[in-house]
Design a protein around this ligand. Structure first.
Ligand code: BGC
Ligand code: BGC
Length: 612
């Protein structure tokens, strides 16, 4: 007995040693910030920027305050209107979706801005929220819910994952010439019916703060400026409705601030405002919270950006009044999207408002100063454009993403240690659409805004990962519907949510198992062999008592392109280290099935002994 324990301990130490070594090697190779080439930071000294502003005309100032969508502008607009920023909305990509295609487009915009009188470079922004996700064949990391699962199991591992995922994302962005991302989301979802729950790091404010801070550092060490979002209260709306209203007193708001404080302390110089309302007032016109709280009380010196055409949602009746209310509330740069008319009218109407005195000149100067501070901190005033394009989706980036994705998996149920027996089985049936669907693994904000089904971008499916892992040892049969002839030792059934983003993901009530997944499950139950269920979802799905039919249950969240992560823990030596970052209920208001931070390890039986 003693001998066995000694051997087991030895193996554990060896495994620990091996995993530590891997970390260090990775850090040495990939994580060392080069020399902070692109991000000198905001010096804190405004004198140079103030001199610049003193030379600017009203046209040039309002131009800086304008952010247009790439498809809403044509050649000549940037120089003519001295536009301050251009963005890609979800899925908005150049016709040639390659690093070179991106670089040429972005650099074209920058070159045009360098032909303006004052040569202030345009800043290009994009939603790189789990990898450079609009770029075809970029590596896609787990959505933040999965990173939150790593942290809920092991804080230090979570920190490293958030940093590494963002550092690599930044590198892939730099390869396409882009230096600003609208990320990370720092919301605190109180209701998983909200369609953006997966963009957040779970329900725990301390974890969100820690992860957000690491994300900002990872991005900015990698040469990309973060734009933290969405300020504030987006996760507190009634019934989890996207863009809804949250009732919040001072204590309620205070509870949500630590992630913002931590990210700003870490150097975030841009904040995007939330579409939602607080106590009936749209955040985009909430002067008390934008100017009073964020800028004055919290001392935020960077720029405040509006969300997608969100100015049109504030009170005032006309676009002109809405612009006055938003800018006077403290919005510095306006994402004037939804057609060319949005930004053209914004420029014309804001000019009138300043000339009439409705928007005071000092407010405009303050907005421009903040935008220039941001641009200075992004390094673009010194280095407007990068030297050529690089490559994306490199093997090293994929293997790091696969490691991170493995760590994000949560083992919720493991009856009779079935996971451990998997390796001895000879005939395995893999079932369900999700087993063979890169798009479903990635979820929303991948190649398109809403995400796609199928082989939308390069990656490894869960099925492929399993086939590679068992090659030569076991036969793998795949059936999407779960109908196959033959005798199986076990079924690995993949279920999940269809991809969605934002309001499209809101649910009125339970988050149910899809009909086609239920049909597949009923079929595989009839085989009489163990059923291992893998769930691809942005949040805990409300499964009632269905889990009682499952021998094992793994929450894989939205793991990204590297679906081989599942095989690594099922068939390899990696253990499950993730824990659920959201409390898991049987139904929306029902009994708790798995409490926050619940999760099992595959090597421990109920007595905590190692069984290998
Ligand atoms: C989303 C933001 C996003 C923006 C630009 C909005 O609809 O709320 O999170 O950054 O679009 O794509
Ligand atoms: C854009 C997204 C944006 C959304 C808002 C879409 O067309 O691609 O980036 O968040 O509109 O409604």
């Amino acid at each position: 007995m003693k001998k066995i324990i000694t051997i087991v301990l030895l193996v554990v130490f060896l495994l620990m040693f091996a995993s530590c070594r891997k970390e260090t090697v990775f850090q040495a190779r990939n994580l060392q910030p080069q020399t902070n080439m692109f991000l000198p930071g905001w010096s804190g000294d405004d004198s140079y920027l103030e001199q610049l502003i003193a030379q600017m005309t009203l046209v040039e100032k309002i131009g800086q305050m304008t952010q247009a969508e790439r498809s809403d502008i044509k050649a000549g607009d940037i120089s003519r209107y001295a536009l301050g920023s251009v963005l890609s909305g979800g899925g908005s990509a150049p016709a040639r979706n390659t690093p070179e295609g991106w670089y040429r487009m972005v650099n074209g915009f920058i070159n045009e801005s360098m032909q303006t009188r004052l040569r202030i470079p345009v800043i290009y922004g994009i939603d790189a929220v789990h990898g450079h996700n609009n770029a075809l064949n970029a590596v896609i990391f787990p959505h933040n819910v999965g990173l939150g699962a790593i942290a809920a199991g092991d804080l230090e591992k979570g920190r490293q994952a958030a940093y590494a995922a963002c550092y690599i994302t930044a590198q892939e962005m730099i390869a396409t010439g882009i230096r600003m991302t609208f990320a990370p989301v720092l919301g605190v979802p109180d209701d998983i019916r909200w369609g953006r729950a997966y963009e957040c790091y779970g329900e725990n404010v301390e974890i969100i703060s820690m992860m957000g801070e690491c994300a900002v550092r990872g991005l900015q060490d990698g040469g990309v400026s973060a734009c933290i979002k969405h300020f504030i209260g987006e996760g507190q709306t009634l019934n989890g409705r996207n863009q809804g209203n949250a009732y919040l007193d001072r204590a309620g708001i205070e509870r949500l601030l630590p992630p913002y404080r931590a990210a700003i302390d870490a150097g975030a110089m841009a904040v995007m405002i939330s579409f939602s309302s607080v106590n009936g007032i749209k955040m985009h016109e909430h002067k008390e919270l934008i100017t009073g709280l964020l800028k004055e009380e919290m001392g935020f010196k960077g720029m405040v950006l509006s969300d997608w055409d969100a100015v049109r949602q504030v009170s005032g009746g006309t676009y002109k009044n809405q612009i006055a209310n938003a800018v006077n509330a403290g919005i510095d740069m306006v994402m004037a999207t939804n057609g060319r008319d949005s930004w053209e009218s914004f420029i014309r109407l804001l000019t009138e408002l300043v000339e009439e005195g409705t928007v005071p000149m000092p407010r405009i100067d303050d907005a421009v100063l903040r935008i220039l501070r941001f641009k200075q901190s992004a390094g673009i005033l010194d280095t407007p454009s990068l030297n050529g394009h690089g490559s994306i989706g490199a093997e090293g980036n994929r293997s790091k993403a696969r490691e991170i994705a493995s760590d994000s998996l949560v083992l919720l149920r493991n009856e009779n240690n079935v996971i451990d027996k998997l390796r001895s089985y000879k005939n395995i049936l893999v079932a369900g659409q999700g087993a063979n669907d890169i798009g479903m693994q990635c979820g929303g904000w991948t190649i398109t805004w809403q995400g796609l089904h199928g082989a939308s971008t390069e990656g490894t499916t869960i099925l492929k990962g399993i086939q590679e892992a068992v090659k030569g040892n076991a036969n793998v049969t795949y059936s999407e519907e779960g109908r196959a002839d033959g005798k199986f030792d076990a079924v690995i059934a993949v279920i999940g949510e269809d991809p969605y983003a934002e309001t499209e993901g809101d649910r009125e009530n339970n988050i149910n198992i899809r009909g086609k997944d239920m049909d597949m499950l009923r079929d595989v139950y009839s085989y009489g062999c163990p059923v291992i269920v893998i769930m691809l979802s942005g949040r805990p799905m409300t499964i009632g008592n269905e889990y009682e039919n499952w021998d094992a249950f793994i929450a894989a969240w939205l793991p990204g392109t590297e679906g081989g992560c599942v095989a690594d823990v099922l068939f390899g030596s990696r253990d499950f280290t993730g824990r659920t970052p959201y409390t898991w209920r049987k139904s929306i208001d029902g009994e708790i099935l798995y409490p926050f931070a619940f999760g099992l390890s595959k090597y421990k039986n109920q007595y905590g002994l190692i069984v290998m």
